[in-house]
Design a protein around this ligand. Structure first.
Ligand code: PLP
Length: 351
């Protein structure tokens, strides 16, 4: 497909896109092509509006009364907005802390449930913080950390395995990030999920007053709250949680199947155009070709990729790079279009 044909095809795909109206929720600067929502989601109009109201009304006017009027309930409320997005039941997800800290809580809880076992298995290609956290949990418990590729995980599990971190479903614990595809804003809090079967037995290492059964009784001894609330530790980051809560409104009524379908359509379209226009110019595909093994971003290898990403950013085409020479492009189904994919390929093929 030449680029003119690709553009016509993209126009058709965008015209048929059932999610096309969702882009209007986001205030993406005119002229910017944004392919980095996998690192920082863009500002939504609702986040700006809610943050302004929180500052002017809830904080300035209502002052400390806002805790009882609204803020105390936020971690559970926002958790329940995230639950359907990750396919979890109500009251099994809570919003708190960041992903690294939630992973630490989950790993410590999981290890405590299998105290007779001595090994932690992790995917060596996990985001580095995930491995650092696992290293710290393993060293605190005198356990062995087994870091292997995703394909090797099944083979690495044995009678000594206490916990496995991997990207799968029907898990005991899960953690995730609020500032990437959920668009909560820079440093927005993360979330933690605990399977219903473990909610009353799993404990967590960072016992704090927000996870206490009666936080305002100021008891001397810690007693865990009933349910997912025990996975809280301290005071919620109200402003960034407000921003996240507002951004989650964009997901209401959006079918996850449709989101996934569009994500696959965008990444597959990019890979098709890669084959025709970028592979011949020395770019290599670093992401899986099978959609089932892919998330919503595609990485390309290219000598000088870092410099090319920087040059494109100066022109308002935003992606990111990873050493040694990977270029990463996020295609977010809430706001990216097929026509933007064509523009990206056009720019890359004219480097
Ligand atoms: C983004 C991301 C993180 C980031 O952790 P923070 O504590 O929010 O900095 C961790 N793990 C994974 C898998 C991620 O994608």
């Amino acid at each position: 497909m030449n680029l003119n044909e690709a553009r016509l095809h993209a126009q058709e795909l965008d015209a048929q896109d059932a999610l096309s109206s969702l882009r209007s929720h986001f205030d993406i600067p005119e002229g910017t092509l944004y392919f980095d929502g996998n690192s920082l989601g863009p500002l939504s109009f609702r986040s700006r509006e809610v943050l302004n109201r929180t500052i002017e009304f809830e904080w300035r006017e209502r002052l400390i009364r806002s805790w009882n009027e609204d803020w105390l309930e936020m971690p559970a409320r926002v958790g329940n907005l995230i639950a359907p997005i990750i396919g979890a039941a109500p009251d099994t997800v809570i919003c708190a802390d960041n992903t690294s800290i939630n992973l630490h809580k989950a790993l410590m809880a999981a290890v405590a449930l299998r105290a007779d076992r001595s090994e932690i298995v992790v995917d060596i290609n996990n985001f580095p913080t995930d491995i650092y956290i696992a290293q710290s949990v393993a060293s605190q418990h005198g356990m062995k950390l087994v870091a292997v590729t995703a394909d090797e995980i099944i083979g690495a599990i044995n009678a000594n395995t206490a916990v496995v971190t991997a990207k799968v479903l029907d898990v005991d614990f899960a953690v995730g990030c609020g500032y990437k595809y959920l668009n909560g804003g820079p440093g927005a809090p993360a979330f933690i999920y605990v399977a219903p079967r473990l909610l009353e037995t799993a404990g967590q290492p960072l016992q704090g007053w927000w996870g206490h059964a009666e936080p305002f009784e100021f008891e001397v001894d810690y007693r865990p709250a009933v349910g997912i609330a025990r996975f809280l530790t301290g005071t919620a980051n109200v402003l960034s949680m407000k921003s996240l809560e507002a951004a989650l409104e964009v997901f209401s009524g959006v079918s996850l199947e449709k989101l996934r379908e569009k994500s696959v359509s965008l990444t597959s379209f990019f890979i098709d155009l890669f084959d025709d226009h970028l592979a011949p110019r020395g770019f290599t595909l670093a992401s899986p070709r099978t959609p089932e093994s892919r998330g919503s971003h595609v990485a390309l290898g290219f000598a000088g990729g870092k410099e090319l990403v920087a040059a494109m950013a100066a022109e308002g085409i935003i992606a990111d790079s990873r050493p040694p020479d990977l270029m990463r492009f996020g295609f977010a189904p809430l706001y990216n279009t097929h026509q933007e994919v064509v523009s990206l390929v056009e720019r890359l093929s004219s480097y």
